[in-house]
Design a protein around this ligand. Structure first.
Ligand code: AHR
Length: 507
């Protein structure tokens, strides 16, 4: 039997678990908004037109923050088109996704939806075709209490109370030549700095995200972040990172299951670049990462229709168990880096790249990847521990040696509960994970939840629960702790609770 170990010590802490780690992303792309979160006339639609079935699954998913309205979409977007009486809103060409945008859903509807979902809004402004003025206009519309043109217009549109949006993205992927209004790092850095300065003149306590690279494969990766931060260091709080993974690009399942090694490297490189700029400036301020697009995405399969259609089916990937295990492993990586990755958005929420799926006039359901996200959001509480698994390694064609077991542990000082999130990347064999509990002698495993089975199994409209977590057998006592079995290609949640054995005196 293959063996790995993980020693737990609640005194050794990386950082608090950041609730913003469990963010998601709703873009006007394909059917994420239209027939995703919003479908007037659907049997479950509320008075605004939001689908209650999708809302319910969003709450169950445990999403804490949602980025809106794009993505590539935002770089050609006029936010004013999406406010006021719906019948007067213009239909526009959305060049990013070659679609027709009716503007039936805009910032007001999104804030309504976010309140119903119980999530924080992360709003992106257009720095592709627009600039400083439109950014401060939308800020005034959203957050100013009253007595000005834009704030009174918001009230006239039925939203008397300000939206109170704290977290703002200064554009999207401006390094990408595909981006409408693509810029050089210097051009974007200057624009981001001036937009941020103007927005803070209106509201100083905003939290602002500058665009980092759209991917680590970009030829400007690293240099882009450095130049942007040279220009905007004082004005921003975050630099963004984006990463998508899939088995086809990885080349083989073993490499794909190790995708988190790439995410780990992206984080290390962006942090190093940001800190280098901080060091050169002699600045004590630290720029953190907003990993505001990450997921499994079979990008090469993307087919954008040549006709101009409303809400076409775009990037409706079906996630299998292996995809879900990779999603779990990416979440483990984000949690392990909670000292510097303080916000993140799984991209996207529904249909296009979605962790949820919905059919027009039909049901909504959970993709396989739903489960690691929902469980991590639910059980990662308190603090992330410095706990490094000691694991056998295997060779991957893409990344070289990779640990079979990838894991992170959290400890909640209030309840004293500990949770371990662990992935086994072995394709055939169990790995026995021994959990060192010398620093937590009264803790016992109360539950092990497992997502495993056929790596190719997925959830579909016909079979919505084929990939579903199961409870595993109880842990076995082992020298210095406990032992659990991790099945091949599996995601595991191991929950420990303080439970003195009968007769054990409490200190
Ligand atoms: O999430 C899909 C797209 O991926 C986004 O619009 C863009 O920012 C990224 O390239």
């Amino acid at each position: 039997m293959l063996k790995a170990s993980l020693a737990l010590d609640p005194q050794l802490v990386v950082a608090d678990v950041r609730r913003r780690t469990f963010g998601s992303f709703v873009e006007h792309m394909g059917r994420c908004v239209y027939t995703g979160i919003f479908e007037p006339g659907h049997a479950t639609a509320d008075e605004v037109g939001h689908r209650s079935d999708v809302l319910e699954l969003t709450r169950e998913l445990g999403v804490t923050m949602v980025r809106y309205p794009g993505g590539n979409f935002v770089s050609g977007y006029r936010w004013e088109d999406g406010v006021g009486p719906v019948e007067q809103r213009p239909t526009r060409l959305d060049a990013a996704w070659h679609s027709l945008e009716t503007n039936a859903h805009g910032i007001g509807e999104f804030v309504d939806w976010a309140r119903k979902a119980g999530v924080e809004v992360n709003y992106a402004v257009n720095l592709g075709t627009r600039g400083v003025q439109e950014a401060v206009d939308v800020l005034e519309y959203a957050n100013h209490p009253s007595g000005t043109y834009w704030s009174d217009l918001r009230a006239a549109h039925g939203h008397r109370a300000p939206f109170d949006i704290k977290l703002w993205c200064l554009g999207n992927e401006m390094d990408g030549p595909w981006q409408t209004g693509h810029k050089t790092a210097y051009e974007y850095g200057r624009l981001a700095a001036e937009t941020a300065r103007a927005m803070r003149q209106i509201q100083p306590d905003l939290e602002l995200v500058a665009c980092g690279s759209s991917g680590s494969g970009m030829p400007t990766f690293g240099a882009w972040e450095a130049t942007v931060l040279e220009e905007a260091y004082d004005q921003v709080d975050f630099i963004s990172a984006h990463a998508y993974y899939n088995e086809s690009t990885a080349g083989d399942l073993g490499s794909f299951l190790a995708s988190a090694l790439d995410m780990e490297a992206v984080i290390a490189n962006v942090v190093a670049t940001a800190d280098h700029i901080g060091a050169k400036r002699g600045d004590r301020k630290r720029i953190n990462l907003s990993f505001d697009e990450w997921n499994v995405w079979y990008q090469d399969d993307l087919e954008v229709p040549t006709e101009w259609l409303r809400a076409p089916r775009l990037a409706e990937d079906v996630h299998n168990l292996a995809d879900a295990v990779v999603v779990g492993s990416l979440l483990i990586t984000l949690l392990r880096n909670s000292d510097r990755v303080t916000a993140a958005c799984q991209a996207q929420l529904v249909n296009s790249l979605g962790i949820l799926r919905s059919e027009p006039g039909g049901p909504a359901w959970r993709q396989a990847s739903f489960h690691p996200f929902a469980q991590a959001s639910r059980f990662a509480r308190g603090r992330v521990l410095q706990a490094e698994p000691v694991s056998p390694v295997y060779d991957t064609a893409q990344y070289g040696p990779a640990s079979l077991v990838h894991a992170v542990a959290t400890h909640d000082p209030e309840s004293d509960d500990v949770t371990i999130f662990a992935v086994n990347r072995h394709q055939q064999d169990d790995v026995a994970l021994s959990i060192g509990t010398r620093a937590l002698p009264e803790h016992r495993v109360v539950e092990q939840l497992v997502l495993d089975g056929d790596p190719r199994a997925c959830n579909t409209q016909e079979q919505t629960e084929r990939v579903f977590p199961r409870r595993a057998d109880a842990a076995e006592p082992a020298p210095g702790g406990l032992e659990v079995a991790l099945s091949p290609v599996s995601w595991n949640v191991i929950r420990l609770r303080r439970d003195p054995a009968p007769g054990t005196a409490r200190g």
